[in-house]
Design a protein around this ligand. Structure first.
Ligand SMILES: C[S@@+](CC[C@H](N)C(=O)[O-])C[C@H]1O[C@@H](n2cnc3c(N)ncnc32)[C@H](O)[C@@H]1O
Length: 241
């Protein structure tokens, strides 16, 4: 499939807007996560980290690390692992560096980079994680391919992302909460209702959990399964390279 110059320019502009938005909401980002998920997001990151199934330390890439919470969860689960924490928005990454210094965390290396063009050779990492990345990328297939490319055969790619609940009742409640309540909380806490209107909108066209699993298989992962958490609103996909 070829990409026209107009499509490419549009994708670049969308990526630029996403990068600028995460730069803008850095200060209240962690607090918003805790409030929106009723304090559950850190527990979900711990579950995602466990899904790496590292038997020893090893080198892990946490993509779109933001303020670093999943990178820290990986280090807690595997104290002998080294984590490369990468994001394309520098202001939010700097908040991760600040938190690492505050915690005395020395096992995380911080890097600026794009998930769609990873600056690493093939088979560099023992595992790769991401939380809340996939909804944001302008090319989902390319992102899944890049994560697969940089992980060694047998390693795991673990992606945690908001998903469409399967039960009709929860789907309805979730829609009201996510599309109506979250932008208001975002306005009050983060002072940026537009960023938190973007959040539900980014889910609208995002594939539900099973189609996402199929997409991952189509990209060439050997095996893919997922776990649903948070009353079916959160999916953790685990793909074996
Ligand atoms: C919702 S935040 C998630 C942060 C963190 N993973 C967490 O668990 O809270 C999404 C992050 O993805 C980053 N991001 C989006 N697209 C990216 C890309 N193409 N390459 C690298 N980072 C990207 C944003 O800058 C932002 O920090």
């Amino acid at each position: 499939m070829t990409t026209s110059p107009l499509d490419a320019a549009d994708a670049q502009e969308r990526a630029r807007r996403v990068r600028a938005m995460f730069g803008r909401i850095t200060r209240r980002y962690d607090l918003m996560n805790r409030v929106m998920t009723a304090g559950q997001d850190q527990a979900w990151r711990r579950v995602a980290a466990q899904e790496l199934h590292l038997s020893h330390g090893g080198l892990v890439l946490d993509l779109a690390t933001g303020t670093g919470d999943l990178a820290f969860a990986v280090r807690q689960a595997y104290p002998r692992a080294q984590v490369v924490a990468m994001d394309f928005a520098e202001p939010i990454l700097r908040e991760g560096v600040r938190k690492a210094q505050q915690r005395g965390e020395r096992g995380v290396l911080w890097a600026v980079g794009d998930a769609l063009s990873l600056p690493f050779p093939d088979c560099t990492f023992d595992g790769c994680t991401s939380a809340f990345l996939l909804r944001n990328v302008v090319n989902l297939t390319l992102c899944l391919q890049e994560m697969r490319r940089v992980v060694k055969p047998g390693g795991r790619v673990v992606c945690m992302e908001i998903t469409h609940p399967q039960s009709p009742l929860f789907r309805h409640l979730f829609r009201v909460y996510f599309y109506r309540v979250v932008p208001r909380i975002g306005g009050l806490i983060a002072g940026d209702p537009s960023a938190y209107s973007y959040l539900p909108n980014s889910l609208t066209l995002f594939p539900p959990a099973e189609p996402l699993r199929q997409k991952m298989l189509a990209v060439g992962y050997r095996e893919v399964y997922y776990r649903l958490l948070g009353f079916g609103t959160m999916a953790i996909h685990v793909a074996i390279v």
